[in-house]
Design a protein. Sequence first.
Length: 493
Amino acid sequence: MRLSFVRTLAALAALISIQAMPLAAQLVPIRTVPVASGDQFLVLPSSNLGMAGVRFAVNDSLGDPWVNPAKGVFIEESSFLGSPTFYGISDNGGSGKTFPLAGLFRGADWFGGASLAMQQVDNSSGNRIFIDPFVQWIGPQRRLTDASSRNLYASGFLGRRLGTGPWSIGVAASTAHLDAVDGVDLLYAGADRIDQSGSVSDLRVGFYREGDRERLSIILVNNRISMTHDVTYVDFIWDDPIQRPIAQARIEINEDQTRTWGGQLSWDRDLEAPGWRVGAAATVNRKSHPKIPNYSIQNIPRDPGTTWAYEAGFGFGRTRGPTTFGIDVVLQPIWSETWQEADKDVTTSDGKLIKAGGRTIENEFFFTNVILRAGLAHQLKDIGLQGGLEGRSYDYTLEQTNHVENSFRDQDESWMEWTPTFGATLRFSDLELRYAGRLTTGTGQPGTVQAWRGEADTALRAGADFIVAPEAPLTLQDASVLTHQLTLRIPIR
């Protein structure tokens, strides 16, 4: 029962984690384990990153147009931007380097932007298979190390103000060619190496209306993820004729796919009190998972799944002179269901027949996640300072029904993550230089308590935001993630 419990949802995580990129603020990520994931998808600049990313009642002059292309109407002047980003995970958990270049343009009615990014992801230490020289190796030449992988990203948006009225409209598209998603290699416990390849695409349409005191934003999103994992395992076989063990390579190919439709409605209003603003947003996602890979901790291919994810956010902010302050409160109720389908007729423990294609195991997740953000910025002539704190509380219940064994079980898990942020801005006559950093704690390399062994099993270690159905209470080997982003903006005048 425990093994089947782990199997059903493990692969769901890799795809949903990809959607956690800052560009996709309307895509609600899902996590069932406190994995120390790096900022692999932080490939676009944000003026509020040092303020913990507050967004409901505080404008993000650099990030808003990439989230809702219709907000490009607020681009004050055409400019070029570069925002190299570096992150590292403690305890040899991996690291990454990203170099994006972007351009923004603004005309009388039209506006737009484009970005290209190149990235190097350095793999974590992982669990490599050591083969003693006494063992005969049969297979392709083994690599000494798979040190790093390359990813490429491209994004663009185009929009226009509709006449002289308050409305503007925009469309945006982004794509990524991925040779690595941080942490996927660790989901295949016992594998010698994993070669990843695939793509992510994101299409969105945005509308924006600016009134005298109120503003309204509408966004529709379609996100598609397709990945392939070529997984190499090592099988050890005793050969009687030569009286020595043989190590032989075995390759499995797995597909990973998720299709997401989403929408977001956000609103903010200036209050009567000078400088105060209130904002709110509602987001809905429907995710389908037609292909779930056959992870070594899962071993159930073909299993489909669906997810409904919602987000309700509220915030307020105040700008008085050179000081800006903002607070966000977010609630994320999420329902996720996956099931195992029988590949042939199965007889249950009480003698009933489940025909091929019928459900043998059903899993239901219910999440009630809470996010709090608070940020402060102060401008001293040409020098600006930022600080902030984000706290995330994760809580979920998993209910599993095994129709073959006629059994039922549930499990509750919860944890908290803390992310202090900091930033600084230097403004010169012909350029602007920004720095932002953040440190995430409360995460690590999670495993499960195996009562029969009396120790923690870290085979479920993963990077990024993975959904893994744990087979027992979670354990955690602490780790932290430190991220630095440096943004240079050069106006075109």
